[in-house]
Design a protein around this ligand. Structure first.
Ligand code: FBP
Length: 331
């Protein structure tokens, strides 16, 4: 009889809320609003996690038969996640507006107060929803630039990634993790359902300077720019592992832990790349740089790009610094 695997939850680290309070005390200049906003995002993530773990049972798999502002086919779970995050953010009274992959325009909250704007990809990796593969949520927090006395302006949301106050993601994987930075390092938390809380498991995460894994949709190889094709051939000749899950958050998280590079270049179908600067790239680029990694569009660092529109797409090469530099050197 195989010995039953026993584990205990003793010695759990601080919960996310406890850690956020500690960080606030350690860095008094951090906005007091970050705690309720990040807690609201985590709370919505717990609800999504609960649904994700029983998707086929609750009958929420499948397409709505419509397309979002980016032209992607909208899944029921996309919209359910969108509404859940927007509702929780509005309730904080700290957020004046959100932008979301699932909404065409700025969603200004009627209460009018709140000094912060949040950019969201409520559900990253939508093609994975119906096949029990990892999916994620990506978020980014900036301070509004216009006065609270006027309605939210486009310049309140169209800010370069370097102006983010905090950013992160939730990974609904084999376990559910919350990873964020408030520009004082990157910290990872694992959700414990029996306690209904995220608990610290990775303090001050550092992305390895190099790695032996690359993530790219090889099906588009023939349409990649020549320098990307050269780099992929180099990875193959070095015996690197190709790991592409179909969810940016899952691929990125692997590289944050083990080192590696994720590439989404321009392709025939997406000549400016597929990923959205405001809703996916900026948040992960801040995490990458805070953890010692790098993120580039091929032309410039992701965090320096001045956005022109909410759903603007950019190519992105993100991960271990030396791997991104190798790619750019061959560019
Ligand atoms: P969504 O936000 O619409 O899911 O698009 C982003 C994404 O799903 C990434 O998570 C993933 O890495 C990529 O698109 C997969 O795209 P493709 O199927 O073109 O390789």
């Amino acid at each position: 009889m195989q010995k039953e695997v026993n584990y205990t939850l003793s010695g759990l680290g601080p919960s996310l809320d406890q850690f956020l309070q500690e960080e606030q005390q350690q860095f008094p200049h951090l906005s007091k609003a970050l705690l309720p906003i990040l807690s609201a995002i985590a709370a919505a993530g717990k609800v999504i996690n609960d649904v994700v773990r029983r998707l086929d049972l609750v009958g929420i798999v499948g397409s709505r038969g419509v397309h979002n502002a980016s032209g992607d086919e909208q899944q029921h779970l996309d919209m359910m996640a969108h509404h859940r995050f927007v509702h929780k953010l509005a309730a904080t009274q700290e957020v004046c507006a959100t932008i979301s992959e699932e909404a065409e325009d700025i969603l200004a909250f009627p209460h009018g107060c709140g000094d912060y704007v949040v950019a969201l990809d409520p559900l990253d990796g939508s093609p994975n929803i119906g096949v029990n593969a990892s999916i994620g949520t990506i978020f980014s927090i900036c301070q509004r630039r216009s006065s609270q006395s006027v309605p939210v302006q486009p310049e309140d949301v169209l800010q370069p990634g370097s102006r983010q106050l905090a950013a992160g993601y939730i990974l609904y994987g084999t376990s559910t993790m919350f990873v964020y930075t408030a520009c004082h390092g990157v910290h990872g938390f694992t959700y414990e359902p029996s306690k209904g809380q995220f608990f610290l498991v990775h303090r001050a995460m550092q992305m390895p300077q190099s790695g032996h894994t690359y993530a790219i949709n090889d099906g588009n190889f023939d349409t990649f720019p020549s320098h990307v094709q050269r780099y992929i051939r180099q990875c193959r000749s070095r015996g690197y592992a190709a790991r592409y899950t179909g969810a940016l958050v899952a691929d990125f998280h692997r590289h944050l832990i083990q080192g590696g590079i994720y590439l989404y270049p321009s392709t025939r179908a997406n000549t400016a790349g597929k990923l959205r600067l405001m809703l996916e790239c900026n948040a992960l680029a801040l995490i990458a740089e805070q953890a010692g990694g790098a993120a580039s569009s091929g032309q410039q660092a992701i965090l320096t790009i001045q956005p022109q529109s909410i759903h603007q797409r950019v190519p992105m090469y993100i991960g271990s610094a030396s791997m991104v530099q190798d790619l750019l050197a061959g560019g």
